[in-house]
Design a protein around this ligand. Structure first.
Ligand code: PLP
Length: 426
């Protein structure tokens, strides 16, 4: 064994289950050895062999301004020099809360946490505490982090490993989680009609990115809003992935619908652990120390992480940021689609803002079932053909991809040139 990635992977597996600290980093579904990353800059990262890749996962979403952006790095360095964590409030946390409230109109008050999982888990507890109801609705293929109640038919990493519901979730928990079909309005109407008064909340990825990319239809979002309002249930938009990714004001602005609670993560930490949940002040007033719903965190609102997040939030508000990001992502998916067509490969692609989906299928899927029918084996071969040429896509057919502001025309052209070769060999 001479490849440094292979050597590191063998070593990692001795002390870490599967050699990785998050399952989607493993190459279990595509086969081969995960690349161990040594450094990153702009649209690139380098592995242990010093091979350079154009990166289309962007740390699974956070790296929207590109890796190691000089302004983010210097904000982190300055914050770190002042101390790493105090366990007492800081002005930076107020600034971040003000910024989030300004950018997401449905959020009047927000609580900072350290991961998307904490954000959704806490939002769920808040919804249950505020409504005094137990049942929740989620949709098959949506991933909302790994809290027990939400780890039921949860897409993404679980789909990749053919295990849609995690072991270790007691039936007593999962029985309160109703799993419905994404984009199926009739089913949602029926469930609300029969047990609407028992439903604490509906949680949804308004642009789903954990069963590849699937857009909610406008009708689906409108139906959810209407039913939650009519039955006194809390509508939770999990925008951990799509927030600040599909546009500056999130999916809510795209659909023109306000959620009762919104979960954020990824981009708002700019690569360090910051996530958040927020909504109307009246609802957030149920949170401790004001109300009876408990939630806490030793490192919540960590000053170094907040510095990275705030700097990222400033950069994404620069004029033309989302126009450019959206245009580059569109160029990428259009170029890939044309390359596949030229090679006579059944393939299509979609993009919303800086998020994209690649499907080895004839049509862009609109449901979990349609997504599952796409050609996973073909994706796996495509993935490796691209990887060999220095293009790093998500190592699973069920994940969305991410473009950063540093993916310029030359990078997109290089990617499409690599794809032309890959499609020709499929
Ligand atoms: N919600 C969504 C939509 C996500 O995509 C993710 C992570 O990918 C999470 C929640 C969980 O976030 P974290 O991995 O930070 O716990």
């Amino acid at each position: 064994m001479t490849d440094k990635n292979d050597i590191l992977f063998a070593r990692a597996q001795k002390t870490t289950p599967g050699g990785v600290n998050s399952p989607v980093r493993a190459f279990r579904s595509v086969g081969g050895t995960p690349r161990f990353i040594t450094r990153a800059a702009g649209p690139y990262f380098w592995d242990a062999e010093d091979k350079r890749y154009i990166d289309y996962i962007g740390s699974w979403g956070p790296a929207i301004v590109g890796h190691a952006h000089p302004e983010v790095i210097s904000a982190v360095q300055e914050a770190a020099a002042r101390g790493l964590s105090f366990g007492a409030p800081t002005e930076g946390e107020i600034e971040m809360a003000e910024e989030i409230c300004k950018l997401v109109p449905s959020i009047e008050q927000v609580r900072l946490v350290s991961s998307g999982t904490e954000a959704t888990m806490s939002a769920l507890r808040l919804a249950r505490g505020a409504t005094k109801r137990d049942k929740i609705i989620k949709f098959e293929g949506c991933y909302h982090g790994h809290a027990d109640s939400l780890l039921v038919k949860a897409g993404s990493g679980l789909l990749t490993f053919g295990n849609p519901t995690s072991a270790g979730v007691p039936e007593d928990f999962s029985k309160h989680t109703l799993v419905l079909d994404y984009n199926n309005c009739e089913q949602l109407e029926e469930v609300f009609k029969s047990i609407g008064d028992q439903i604490a909340c509906v949680i949804v990825e308004p642009v789903a990115g954990n069963m590849n990319l699937i857009r909610a239809t406008q009708e689906f979002i409108n139906t959810m809003r209407k039913l939650c309002t009519a039955h006194g249930s809390v509508l939770i938009f999990d925008e951990v992935m799509c927030g600040f990714r599909v546009g500056l004001h999130g999916a809510q602005a795209l659909y023109g619908v306000q959620a009762d609670l919104t979960c954020l993560g990824k981009v708002i930490g700019g690569g360090l652990p910051v996530a958040a949940f927020g909504g109307r002040a009246e609802l957030m007033g149920h949170m401790a120390p004001l109300g009876g719903v408990y939630q806490a965190g030793t490192l919540s609102g960590n000053p170094v992480a907040v510095a990275a997040g705030m700097t990222t939030l400033k950069i994404i508000q620069q004029a033309g940021f989302y126009e450019n990001l959206t245009a580059q992502t569109r160029k990428l998916v259009d170029g890939l689609t044309a390359a596949a067509k030229a090679a006579n490969v059944s393939f299509c692609a979609d993009a919303v803002g800086g998020m994209f989906g690649l499907y080895f299928a004839n049509e862009i899927p609109g449901s979990y079932a349609a997504m599952m029918a796409s050609d996973k084996e073909r994706f796996n071969r495509f993935f490796h053909l691209m990887l060999d040429q220095g293009v790093y896509l998500a190592p699973s057919a069920f994940e969305a991809g991410f473009v950063s502001a540093q993916h310029d025309d030359a990078i997109i052209a290089d990617t499409i040139a690599a794809a032309e070769k890959a499609f020709a060999q499929l």
